[in-house]
Write a protein that binds this ligand. Structure first.
Ligand SMILES: [Zn+2]
Ligand SMILES: [Zn+2]
Length: 183
């Protein structure tokens, strides 16, 4: 199976072009970097992309979906997170004059990308960008994750510990320390 990673913008027919494909997670190796300890792509990447004309600009819009494994910032546990991103890019040939102001193009969420005419555009770069943009900055395994006990390290989502009961706040206060010193 040969995967479809790049598109020659100039070859897109007048009535547009639709790409519906699936990439192995490994397709983004070397493109998605510095993800160590942050996330892992645990499924193939589903891709739906549509190209519209009119030339010289080409609009690419679509979505990508994959299952990611993230680490909870509270309990440090790995958990599965479904990524779903919708995107829109406008390709504009480098040699041509700048496109109209982005504002005039209608939507603020459109990003203009300049490409060299005649050269293929690697789509992996955009999918990698979408993954970076959509991965939560402070991932939590669940909204109400209880985290780890700061004393015994137990995952409080999985079991209760007796740290909170056995040591009241009093024993932690500076006064209780003083009391102990006096003894
Ligand atoms: Zn958690
Ligand atoms: Zn504890």
């Amino acid at each position: 199976m040969s995967a479809f990673y790049s598109v020659r913008i100039d070859d897109i027919p007048h009535d547009g072009f639709r790409l519906s494909t699936q990439w192995h997670a490994a397709a983004l190796e070397g493109i998605l970097t510095d993800t160590e300890g942050l996330f892992r792509i645990a499924s193939p990447i589903e891709l739906e992309v549509q190209f519209h004309l009119p030339k010289p600009q080409v609009v690419m819009e679509g979505s990508c979906a994959a299952t990611l494994e993230l680490f909870c910032v509270r309990c440090l546990k790995e958990f599965v997170w479904p990524l779903e991103a919708r995107f829109r890019y406008i390709f504009w040939p480098k040699s041509k004059e700048s496109p109209v102001e982005e504002k005039e193009l209608g939507a603020e969420d459109i990003e203009v990308v300049y490409y060299k005419q005649g050269e293929p555009v690697d789509l992996r770069r955009f999918i990698a960008e979408q993954i970076y943009l959509n991965v939560p900055q402070y991932p939590r395994c669940q909204e109400a994750c209880k985290g780890l006990c700061v004393r015994c390290g137990v995952n409080l989502n999985e079991q209760a510990c007796s740290c909170a009961e056995s040591s009241s706040l009093e024993t932690l206060s500076p006064f209780s320390v003083l009391k102990k010193l006096k003894k």
